[in-house]
Design a binder for this molecule. Structure first.
Ligand code: ZN
Length: 389
């Protein structure tokens, strides 16, 4: 008997949209109206194709769009917090006309990646979507700004993929949900905790991951490598940091790194739920939710993301959230700790603001070893030097 999977995918079945007859589909796509997708939609298309967004089998229709915004569920029932949409502007709507299917392209000159069977074209409700996903209409919010620039219409329908988008980076780390699930089985892990990140990992996050690992079989560090805002640390630099950290400080048989092809939306609590559901599809049974998960600026309260998990019925999400406080090195405890475990004062704790850390790194100075592993600090110092930041 083969080993069972760690956890069932969201909705019960792991979606796989890759066509078994890609050549025929590619020929068909040649004769269809063509739609060029933007960077965020390209990430979504890849996630849909590999089943990271199971049970979705395409870009959502109007009924789901409103059900998600009104009730954080798909019309068919499963929990879901972010509408996965494909935008069209007025010109594109006219160009498509009454076509039954369109070809999706990664760029003007690119070959089609997928065929979308047109189910409907509907008008997006920008205000409702901004408030429902981001909780704000402020155009300074990067997600709201992106929404403002998106077309007025959404194109919905099932997707059949010809191939996955091409990548030239992180190739050994690009595991699909089927592949992470197979890897967990191979390693004999029954329980796995997933860690979402779009930052270099310092000691605080290493500590949280290791606390979580104490109660499960394995750890999946799952950095997001789709589009992020310009001032986030580039994903190739982050990956070098993860590699150095894994080399020096993580048990190889208990921890692995793979990449998450999603683009950041900065939707805070709604994105935290969405990240958890996607990690369940990758086979994670547990998911770390830190402070201000997927937040940006001061749009969300520190614990808003953690609290939103409690609004779902037990078992509805399937994956178990593990909530963590911020952590630090305490000189009196002589170890990593959090406000939950350390009774001492700020004076005993090694805490540095993000601004202070960037300042030190820019000056070529390693933060204290209690804050950053020296190997990680050196990579960040070198990257800042190279970029002239
Ligand atoms: Zn202490």
């Amino acid at each position: 008997m083969p080993e069972p999977d760690t956890i069932a995918p969201h909705g019960g079945t792991l979606v796989d949209l890759l066509s078994t007859d890609a050549d025929t589909l590619a020929q068909q796509a040649e004769h269809l109206p063509k739609i060029v997708v933007n960077a965020r939609e390209l990430s979504d298309l890849e996630m849909l194709t590999v089943g990271a967004l199971s049970p979705l089998t395409g870009f959502v229709g109007e009924r789901d769009y409103h059900a998600i915004l009104d009730s954080m569920h798909l019309a068919s029932g499963p929990a879901w917090t972010i509408p996965v949409t494909l935008s069209l502007d007025e010109v594109e709507v006219k160009r498509i006309g009454g076509a039954e299917a369109v070809a999706l392209l990664p760029a003007e000159a690119g070959a089609p990646l997928a065929v979308l069977e047109v189910a409907e074209i509907y008008k997006r409700d920008r205000q409702k979507e901004a408030l429902g996903v981001f909780g704000t209409e402020d155009l300074e919010h990067p997600g709201v700004a992106a929404l403002q620039e998106a077309g007025d219409y959404c194109l919905a329908g099932e997707v059949r993929a010809i191939r996955l988008p091409e990548h030239d980076d992180f190739l050994p780390y690009r595991l699909t949900p089927a592949q992470t699930r197979a890897e967990f089985r191979r390693r004999g892990w029954d329980t796995v905790v997933g860690f979402q990140t779009r930052n270099p990992i310092h000691r605080a996050h290493e500590y949280i991951q290791k606390c979580a690992l104490e109660i499960v079989d394995g750890l999946l560090v799952h950095p997001l490598v789709g589009a992020t805002k310009g001032d986030d640390v580039p994903s190739d630099v982050r990956m070098r940091c993860y590699e150095a950290l894994f080399e020096g400080y993580y048990p190889k048989d208990r921890a692995m790194v793979s990449v998450f092809p999603a683009a950041m939306r900065y939707a805070g609590p709604k994105e935290a739920i969405w990240h958890a559901i996607a990690r369940k599809n990758y086979g994670c049974t547990h998911f770390i939710v830190g402070r201000d998960h997927a937040g940006v600026g001061s749009y969300y309260g520190t614990y808003d993301a953690q609290k939103l998990f409690e609004e779902f019925e037990p078992g509805e999400l399937g994956i178990s959230p593990l909530m963590f406080e911020h952590s630090f090195w305490c000189n009196r405890c002589e170890g990593m700790a959090s406000p939950k475990t350390c009774p001492h004062s700020e004076d005993d704790r090694v805490s540095l603001s993000g601004t202070k850390v960037r300042e030190m790194l820019r000056a070529g100075e390693r933060p204290p070893v209690e804050f950053s592993r020296p190997e990680v600090a050196d990579i960040l110092i070198e990257a800042m030097r190279a970029s002239g930041d």
